[in-house]
Design a protein around this ligand. Structure first.
Ligand code: NAD
Length: 261
């Protein structure tokens, strides 16, 4: 599928979907830059798990993507270390469930900064090198919430709609430069991000945690099953291939039929 070994950065890749994407690219022999805001010591075991069986370089880059300077600088660090960056996967994201009138403004700011702000900053840092070589892949992990809304998720829904809009706009700008820009829009994937919101959802809806899983999380997904992180990883690999060169500016759903409704 690949003509070359690629250099890949996956933001927020010590857990969940990002970790699966990083592992898959590493298994395929590419050089992989892992990232989160955690210390090297805290992520040591995770980095080892990605390195296992990898034939390319696997390296960890600490950066708090709530900070615009660190987001922009992360790409520079990866380019300095790997020589260049071919594939940028903007995956880092956080969640908070609360009614809009009680939504803490600090959480609003952080959610927008980590997902939408950092996606803008990493893209603007990565595009010049990709343009120079005439090849690049930018994949933004948005969400079904980039296409549909749910109550009590004002910051997350606004962020993910913003990520889809940013994806389209940049895709048009770089369309003639050999760079594709796409958003992946997963439905519910069972990861720490989803597990962590079950208690909050139970509180705001006044129901049990089991009811949250059945009546809220899986209710919009016609398959009644969580998407697996590995499925999202495989889609990211395909979008990074040469065969996907004509796919750009899209928001591709992987949501068990959610957005067909
Ligand atoms: P997760 O909580 O399992 O992993 C999030 C990752 O982001 C972790 O590695 C964490 O360290 C990192 N991160 C968080 N804040 C950061 C910061 N400030 N700086 C750097 N790294 C930071 O989450 P997940 O469920 O795997 O979600 C990954 C992405 O997929 C997010 O953008 C999320 O919105 C999106 N998504 C998730 C689902 C789902 O159901 N899990 C559905 C649709 C979209």
């Amino acid at each position: 599928m690949y003509s070359d070994r690629r250099r890949v950065l996956v933001t927020g890749s010590t857990s969940g979907i990002g970790l699966s994407i990083a592992k898959r690219f590493a298994q395929l022999g590419h050089d992989v830059a892992l990232n989160s805001f955690e210390s090297e010591a805290d992520v040591h075991a995770v980095v080892q798990s990605v390195s296992y069986g990898a034939t390319g370089i696997v390296r960890y880059f600490r950066a708090d993507l709530a900070d615009p300077g660190q987001s922009f600088g992360l790409v520079g660090q990866v380019i300095e270390s790997f020589g260049l960056l071919d594939i940028l996967v903007n995956n880092a994201g956080i969640q908070k469930v609360a009614p809009v009138e009680a939504f803490p403004p600090a959480d609003w700011d952080r959610i927008l900064a980590v997902s939408l702000g950092s996606t803008f900053h990493t893209i603007r840092a990565a595009v010049p090198g990709m343009a120079q070589r005439g090849w690049g892949r930018i994949i933004n992990i948005a969400s079904a919430h980039g296409l549909r809304a749910s109550p009590f998720k004002s910051a997350y829904v606004a962020t993910k709609h913003g990520v889809v809009g940013l994806t389209k706009s940049v895709a048009l700008e770089v369309a003639e430069l050999g760079i594709t820009v796409n958003a992946i829009c997963p439905g519910y994937v069972w990861t720490p991000l989803v597990a962590g919101q079950v208690a909050d959802q139970a509180k705001v809806h006044g129901i049990s945690e089991n009811q949250v899983i059945r009546d809220i999380l899986l209710a919009p997904q016609p398959t009644k099953q969580f998407v697996q992180p590995e499925e999202v990883a495989e889609l990211a690999v395909y979008l990074s291939s040469d065969m996907a060169r004509s796919i750009t500016g899209t928001a591709i759903s992987i949501d068990g039929g959610w957005t067909a409704k």
